[in-house]
Design a protein around this ligand. Structure first.
Ligand SMILES: Nc1ncnc2c1ncn2[C@@H]1O[C@H](COP(=O)(O)OP(=O)(O)OP(=O)(O)O)[C@@H](O)[C@H]1O
Length: 234
């Protein structure tokens, strides 16, 4: 596929994936542009995480292509994983954890510019107050904000969140997505959000990709048929 639009960040063309004989999806085609917020919906096991892994280059698709514009190296990608617990004895503070995504990784080697970058990212994600708290001692919502901060510190043009809000309480989900929205408004980044949460999708997305066994639908959020999504998630 040729993509002439200059603001396209990512285009996926006739993508297919199978594990041995098990076909997960096929013929998947969509674009993601700057400033778009794409929610990826679909029932358990339909292939959402597999898609994210392919986009991140962690898995090789069976067929089709993934193109970044202007190039894979030219697009900084931030990734926020599914919620996972961190051991209470985890050795790093919130601030140190967030800085792991910097080129110099560890505190003693941070440059003055990197220190500033850490401070401003902590401020942007509302973590300054607990910057020096060990990561193993923070709440679930704060932990997920720390993962978001780690993804944002390199100022990605594309931010991917894989069910990152799934185990948060309702207030915390909205708080996290408000931070994403603020970042997006400041930078015009593209966002790809894997979720089962229809109210969140409707509030924050511009576009959707609904994956169903053997088929998929895409469109603007106004075109999303809630009944179809609810049936797919039932
Ligand atoms: N490494 C693998 N080897 C074999 N099968 C796999 C592998 N990874 C995923 N699968 C299978 O591929 C299918 C898609 O899995 P995937 O995790 O992408 O679904 P999902 O839509 O993200 O599901 P959920 O909403 O439950 O997270 C599932 O049937 C899964 O068992």
């Amino acid at each position: 596929m040729t993509t002439s639009a200059t603001n396209t960040v990512l285009s996926v063309d006739q993508l297919a994936m199978a594990f041995r004989q098990k076909r997960v999806f096929h013929d998947l085609t969509f674009d993601l542009k700057q400033g778009e917020f794409l929610s990826v919906l679909g029932e358990n096991g339909v292939g959402k995480t597999t898609l994210v892994q392919i986009l991140l280059g962690q898995l090789r698709p069976t067929a089709g292509s993934v193109n970044y514009y202007p190039s894979r190296q030219g697009v900084t990608v931030g990734y926020v994983p599914q919620f996972r617990n961190v051991d209470a004895e985890y050795p790093l503070t919130v601030r140190e954890f967030v800085g792991l995504a910097l080129p110099n990784r560890l505190t003693p080697w941070w440059t003055a510019a990197e220190r500033k970058q850490v401070a401003s990212t902590l401020a942007m994600t509302d973590l300054t107050r607990i910057a020096r708290t060990p990561l193993g001692r923070v709440s679930g919502g704060e932990l997920q904000k720390a993962y978001l901060a780690q993804a944002l510190i390199r100022q990605p043009q594309l931010l991917m969140l894989d069910e990152s809000t799934a185990s948060l309480d309702n207030n915390m989900k909205y708080e996290l997505l408000e931070l994403v929205k603020n970042y997006q408004e400041q930078t015009n980044a593209a966002v790809l959000f894997v979720t089962h949460d229809l109210p969140l999708t409707k509030q924050y997305s511009t576009n959707f990709l609904l994956m169903q066994p053997g088929q998929y639908q895409t469109g603007t959020i106004a075109e999303l048929d809630e009944n179809v999504v609810e049936a797919a998630h039932a």
